[in-house]
Write a protein that binds this ligand. Sequence first.
Ligand SMILES: Nc1ncnc2c1ncn2[C@@H]1O[C@H](COP(=O)(O)OP(=O)(O)OP(=O)(O)O)[C@@H](O)[C@H]1O
Length: 259
Amino acid sequence: MTDIVLDGVTRSFRGRDPEVTALDGIDLHIASGELAVIVGPSGSGKSTLLDLLAGLDSPTRGQIRIGGQPVTGPGLNRGVVFQQYALLPWRTAQANVELGLEANSVPKARRRERAREYLDLVGLSEFAGHYPHQLSGGMRQRVAIARSLAFDPDVLLMDEPFGALDAQTRERLQEELLGIWQRTGKTIVFITHDIDEAVYLGRKVTVLTSRPGQVQDTVDIDIAEHTSREDTLRRPEFAEHRHRIWSLLHAAPEVIGVG
Ligand SMILES: Nc1ncnc2c1ncn2[C@@H]1O[C@H](COP(=O)(O)OP(=O)(O)OP(=O)(O)O)[C@@H](O)[C@H]1O
């Protein structure tokens, strides 16, 4: 089980006058296998929260536990996908996916096989030998997703992973992510400031207040079985959830950049 529990998580940044409190007393429970979305206005501490979950930063107060274990640093039980692809330009798509497996001491033949498998999962088998500059933005982000999944982490942490992509590519990758989630059963924490994306992907959407980020509410998204994207977007429940999240975000002062 890889439940994620945040218990009174606060993160303040010192060395500035005044001190900046990015997150203030976050209590959150994300169940194993859930696709949890976190939305919040700009500056509400979303990226800070993701860094804490990834173990790239530590809370000033409070604790995060994943599968019952306190997070004390980065770990192979978590894969992270950022907005920018962070691929190594001198490595092919295949070699980029193999990267995480090298850190994990997987033997070469097995690495190759697994990288192929995950490139296939994200629909890029034919591009294994291409370098990042030969791929579109959407393809690069798919390589980044394949790389994060290839070492089989329990949890996938995604910080606005589709934010830099055009609308069509973004929609395609949202579909792919839902498919990957359904096939792999991973626990996914997905950060966005796009309300439609939040409602479309999330089964639970947690809304943060503007700085300092606190949990304003968590909305259960209970849209009956997704059949097609069009069908989902047309459902009255979609509009209701969208409106609810919009209202929560706009109840917070200083709302900037909320789509
Ligand atoms: N290393 C740091 N040092 C000082 N302040 C920081 C640091 N990292 C973040 N902050 C501050 O913490 C607050 C939250 O930042 P964060 O990037 O987590 O917000 P966000 O919700 O991800 O914003 P956006 O949606 O604009 O990306 C901001 O006011 C930011 O300036």
